[in-house]
Design a binder for this molecule. Sequence first.
Ligand SMILES: [Cu+2]
Length: 369
Amino acid sequence: MTGLKTIAIAAGLLIAGTGYAAAPAAPTAPAVAAPAPAAVSATPPAAPAANNPALAQDGAYAMAPTAGIGQPVNGNIGIQPQVTSNGQRAHGFHDNILIPVITAVCALVLALLFWVMFRYNRRRNPVASKTSHNTAIEIVWTLAPVVILVLLAVPSIGLLQAQFKPAPDNAITLKAIGNQWYWSYQYPDNGGFEITANMLKEKGEVAAGERSRTDADGPRLLAVDNRIVLPVGVPIRLITTAQDVIHSWAVPAFWIKLDAVPGRLNETSFTIDKPGVYFGQCSELCGARHGYMPIAVEAVPLAQFNAWVQAKGGSVKGAKPSTAPAALAPTPAAAPADTTTGPVDNTTAAAPQTTQGATGNPAGAGTGQ
Ligand SMILES: [Cu+2]
């Protein structure tokens, strides 16, 4: 009998192997290819950012978060509404396939347990049966789980592959750097400027004159002093690394959770479908204040993103510098094409000083230790 079971398992593995090998062909029409490449470079340098009505007074942002979008909701047990194509795909996979399969398997096992308890108990069977094997049923209970797992593997591996599909050339790069205990960000495609995001403390917790959280900033423990801004409809190349220990950059509404490891660059890509404010948190236990290094992303139309970039002292990706004497340099020594795709310098500069110690880090936010 064991021989038969071995054959059945071997057959199952063979089928599983076939499913695995076939999977890479499955992914269809990745959404990252959608936006026109021209869109990134078309926008000319905009009007002085200080006059841009889309930006707040400090040149940061002027968008209030929407309840229930990009943030947790009391009593909710489902997945947050997804605003990336991978997220929507995963959400559908979870709700329409995984949950029904799990429910059906649990219900079947529970029903079998009750059947055994009531039909085959000692009272109803004073003389115990000597039955020990049943070939047909053993084939069924070996093959059925194998078939279920193979059927689940196909969409699952396709989704995994879509999540790690390299970003296209027109993507905008965001480099997220984890620090104990705040996030700093660089925009290598936009002049490499850097911003630091600290959690905003509550009203009673800040010193006089220091900025505290308001509802326009976001929920408690999730609002930050400097939100990062990303364009909608443009592929984003996310690169993560860390300054000290392992952190993890996670935003549930994007279906993104990527470890930030010191001395290493991790990469993934995504495209945000809808403007809005989306919150996340560090998702790798990284020390005493691990729970106080939130992430806040403001997704805005590309023109608004470009204005924000310029307000931060950065440059619009693909825009020609107006003063560059390009004509005088006929053969510029092949500039290092795209430093973000190669084995770039992974060391991040010393942590910048921030204007306020929102994290309550004893040494002052920005100096780490
Ligand atoms: Cu962390």
